[in-house]
Design a protein. Structure first.
Length: 341
């Protein structure tokens, strides 16, 4: 059976982009067609300056929202990355296979490192090497497919390279995975700056719709979205990024086609109004289920505990095999009580 793995970082409140670009597909498609694992990759949140209490709070919130989006722990595995030691164990081995040049070519590293320097901060080594940890996340589970947004496709290509290189040097150990991209709204853009992704770490929030935003806040953000010069509604991501972003969002929410929807509207106002209502409706069941889960925190803890146990059982044989393949001695077994006697 095909195995799917994907994860989400608790670096901010989850957004409409996270939902339309990944989470909804995980719930509606991936968990039902494959042996699927979905992970809150909390170790990745430590690669930049952070508040420990906030990371804990956002990690729990992200896990709760994954369940609220429709992930069923009876069907798939939901867990926290830091609860499974095999991720960190394998990451170091893959660092011994990766090269410095590969890491420094990663687009997200360049962008995030520049942002940290602009703030006057220092760039952590973990920010440079975090694509290797992402590769370990994937390879530990013999993953076949990795559902990702366009911004993460480069990291999956790195994962493929590392898996193939490891297999060639040390013997076949890892499955070489492939990335799968959603057909519509693979990358939802910021409503105030449609040249940038709608990111959960956005400082302003004015152009970001969060999954837990109140309906009126959603409507205000969409109605204030930046469009383009001229009043004609047309789909062109290069020349009309603002209106094209709205059409992508509307298409993703309604199951339509952005090019076809462009022909339905003769004004930006009408497009914004329909897009706002479509977003409110698509998020309504997620917010309702989130409230239910927050009222039962013991259930969420049980899901994460059971998920980590299942994930460890899947990952440990592969990671142990990688340790042996690279020449590391297995740990000496403790003598049994009968041997001691």
């Amino acid at each position: 059976m095909t195995r799917v793995f994907s994860g989400i970082q608790p670096t901010g409140h989850l957004t409409l982009g996270n939902y339309l670009g990944a989470m909804r597909r995980w719930a509606e498609v991936d968990q039902h067609r494959a042996d699927s694992l979905f992970c809150v990759v909390d170790l990745h949140a430590l690669t930049v300056e952070h508040d420990p209490a906030r990371v804990r709070r956002l990690s729990r919130q992200a896990a709760t929202l994954l369940l609220a989006s429709g992930l069923d722990p009876e069907v798939c595995t939901v867990f926290l990355q830091s609860h499974v030691d095999e991720h960190a164990r394998l990451s170091y081995l893959l660092e011994c296979v990766a090269t410095d040049g590969e890491m420094r070519r990663m687009i997200q590293y360049k962008e995030k490192a520049a942002k940290e320097r602009d703030r006057g901060g220092s760039v952590r080594l973990s920010l440079l090497t975090y694509p290797v940890l992402m590769a370990a996340d994937i390879l530990a589970y013999c993953t076949d497919e990795v559902p990702v947004g366009e911004d993460q496709a480069q990291h999956v290509e790195l994962t493929r390279d590392l898996a193939a290189r490891f297999n060639q040097r040390y013997g076949h150990t890892f499955v070489v995975p492939r990335a799968t991209l959603p057909q519509v709204a693979a990358r939802v853009m910021n409503l105030q700056d449609p040249t940038r992704k709608m990111g959960k770490s956005d400082d302003s929030g004015a152009g970001v719709v969060y999954l837990l935003d109140e309906p009126d806040d959603v409507r205000k953000k969409v109605m204030r979205a930046v469009t383009d010069s001229g009043g004609e509604v047309g789909y062109d991501r290069e020349d009309r990024p603002g209106v094209s972003n709205l059409l992508d969002i509307l298409a993703a929410c309604t199951g339509g086609n952005p090019e076809s929807l462009a022909g339905v509207y003769d004004s930006y106002g009408a497009l914004k109004k329909d897009t706002a209502e479509a977003v409110v409706e698509v998020l309504r069941p997620v917010r309702a289920r989130h409230r239910e889960l927050c009222a039962d925190p013991a259930y969420v803890e049980e899901v994460l505990r059971d998920g980590a146990e299942k994930a460890r059982a899947l990952a440990r044989p592969t990671v142990d095999a990688a340790y042996r393949a690279m020449g590391l001695l297995p740990p000496v077994a403790e003598p049994s009580p009968s041997m001691v006697r």
